[in-house]
Each structure stands twice: as structure tokens, then as C-alpha cells.
Design a binder for this molecule. Structure first.
Ligand code: CAA
Length: 239
């Protein structure tokens, strides 16, 4: 029986590409989305992948969602923590709400989801967790103190959980995507994005599928010796 994978924030962007690549590879896939009901419906119809609505920032909702998935599909064996938001502004203008929401969703969501699945993974002595970080968590970025902090936090979280679970058949890795052609990146003002792309050695934005292929590699049963690592997929922007 093929393994069950859950991708958070999976109805668009890197998450949707990951869900599709995993499905095409034979995994049984489900995704979560936070609020865009119409987008989720289009995704369900286009892919035939079940999409569940809950906020990864809501601890209890994550637990309930994972329990519901266990009865409807089976236990989560592969978790891809992809859900994330940006709320960019210079720190001297950043609101407390912009800080709290990005930390709560991007980093808090990673904890909430891992907390919900980790007991089952330990009990079954198998698990694959991939946390989606960012090049900007590695190198920082103007206007992203909140996002860079959350994404850097994900890298430390990944290593700590990898150590805790290494002897239980569970791997925990991070992928740090560079600027990828998604709604999140195309929202960056065009003139600024142009200067950013000019500094990417490969000379273009990444494609969501290019991040998805890296996830596929890390979640394989055969990838059991890779844990606690950060795989950079960024066109050479940061080394
Ligand atoms: N590098 C260096 N300096 C920069 C800069 C950059 N990338 N971007 C802006 N600045 C400088 C400006 O030149 C300006 O300097 P001065 O005050 O000396 O003139 C100063 O920072 C303020 O810039 P703005 O006038 O643009 O300020 P603003 O308040 O209007 O906007 C901002 C600030 C919202 C941060 C805007 O610059 C912006 O959107 N920047 C892009 C941020 C970004 O890259 N976000 C990534 C989103 S995608 C993502 O996060 C996915 C992923 O994982 C990669």
C-alpha cells in the first residue's frame, strides 16, 4: 500500500506542485488550505486530491484535522510543512500583528503540525517530515524580519526534531527554496523583483515543480539516512 502524505498550504504554489508530484509518484496525498474555498474547490476538481480546511496556526485544529484524516484516509506518514505567509515591511514600520501572524503561521504551524503527527510516527516507527524554509531564512531580506526569523527558526526546529526522532525511523529535513514563481513572489513590487532576479546566478525564478522534486527525493523510504539537513534549491542565490 502506498504511503500517505499530507501537504499543508497545498492548493497552490509550491504546495500544489508538491501534492501533484507526490500523487504522480504513487503516494496517497491530501492537502490543507487556510481559507480560499473557491481555490480549494478548483484544486480538488483539477487534481482529485482531497483538500481539508484548517489553519495550521490553530493548535487544536491541527490535532483534529490529523485525527479526521486518519479515519478518512489513514495515518499521516509523510508531512510536508509548506503553509506560509509573508507580511513584509521595514521593522520600524512593522506592526505587532504582522510579526505575530507570520511567526504564528510559518513557524507555529510547523510546530502544531509536527506535534499532531509525531506520536503516530513514533508508534509506527516510520515518518518523513519536510519543512519548507526559505533562502531568506538563511541570508535575511530587507522587509522580512518576521519571515526571515520564522524561516530561520524552521531550520533549527528541523535539526532538533531530527535528533529526537532519528532512532525511530523518522527523518526531518528542510528545503530552503529561493525565489520561486508563485503568487507570493509575484506580489513583490516588480522593480524590486527585477533586482533580486538579477542576483540569481541561474538567471531566473525557480519553478514550483523544481522544489517539489526535492521534496519527492527526501520523502522516499530510501532516503532514510538523510536527516537534519537543509537542501537549498535557489538557483545559486545563496551558498
Ligand atoms: N536590498 C537592499 N535594500 C533594499 C531592498 C533590498 N532588497 N529593498 C528595499 N531596500 C531599501 C530601499 O532602497 C530603501 O532604502 P532608502 O530608505 O535608503 O531609500 C529602503 O530599503 C526602504 O524601501 P522602500 O522605500 O521600498 O520601503 P517600503 O516601506 O515602501 O517597502 C518593502 C519596503 C515592503 C520591504 C519593499 O521594499 C519590498 O517589498 N521588498 C521586497 C521584500 C522581499 O523580497 N520579499 C520576498 C517575498 S517572497 C518570499 O518571501 C518567498 C521566499 O521565500 C523567497
Amino acid at each position: 500500500m502506498s504511503r500517505i502524505a499530507l501537504v499543508t498550504g497545498g492548493t497552490r504554489g509550491i504546495g500544489a506542485a508538491t501534492a501533484l508530484v507526490l500523487k504522480q509518484a504513487g503516494y496517497r496525498v491530501a492537502v490543507t488550505y487556510a481559507g480560499n474555498e473557491a481555490g480549494a474547490q478548483r484544486f480538488r476538481e483539477a487534481t482529485d486530491i482531497p483538500a481539508y480546511q484548517w489553519s495550521v496556526a490553530d493548535f487544536a485544529a491541527c490535532q483534529r484535522g490529523v485525527d479526521r484524516l486518519a479515519t478518512e484516509l489513514g495515518p499521516v506518514e509523510i508531512l510536508v510543512n509548506n503553509a506560509g505567509v509573508t507580511h513584509d515591511s521595514m521593522l520600524h514600520k512593522m506592526t505587532h500583528e504582522a510579526w505575530e501572524s507570520v511567526i504564528g503561521i510559518d513557524l507555529g504551524g510547523c510546530f502544531n503540525m509536527c506535534r499532531a503527527v509525531i506520536g503516530g510516527m513514533r508508534a509506527r516507527s516510520f515518518g518523513r517530515i519536510v519543512n519548507i524554509g526559505s533562502v531568506n531564512g538563511q541570508q535575511g531580506q530587507v522587509g522580512q524580519a518576521n519571515y526571515a526569523a520564522a524561516k530561520a527558526g524552521i531550520l533549527g526546529f528541523t535539526k532538533a526534531l531530527a535528533l529526537e526522532t532519528a532512532s525511530h525511523g523518522i527523518t526531518v529535513n528542510a528545503i530552503a527554496p529561493g525565489y520561486t514563481a508563485t503568487d507570493m513572489v509575484t506580489a513583490v513590487p516588480a522593480a524590486i523583483l527585477e533586482t533580486i532576479v538579477a542576483r540569481i546566478p541561474v538567471g531566473r525564478l525557480g519553478k514550483p515543480e523544481e522544489i517539489a522534486r526535492a521534496v519527492l527525493f527526501l520523502v522516499a523510504d530510501e532516503a532514510g539516512f538523510i536527516t537534519g539537513s537543509t537542501l537549498s534549491v535557489n538557483g545559486g542565490q545563496h551558498m
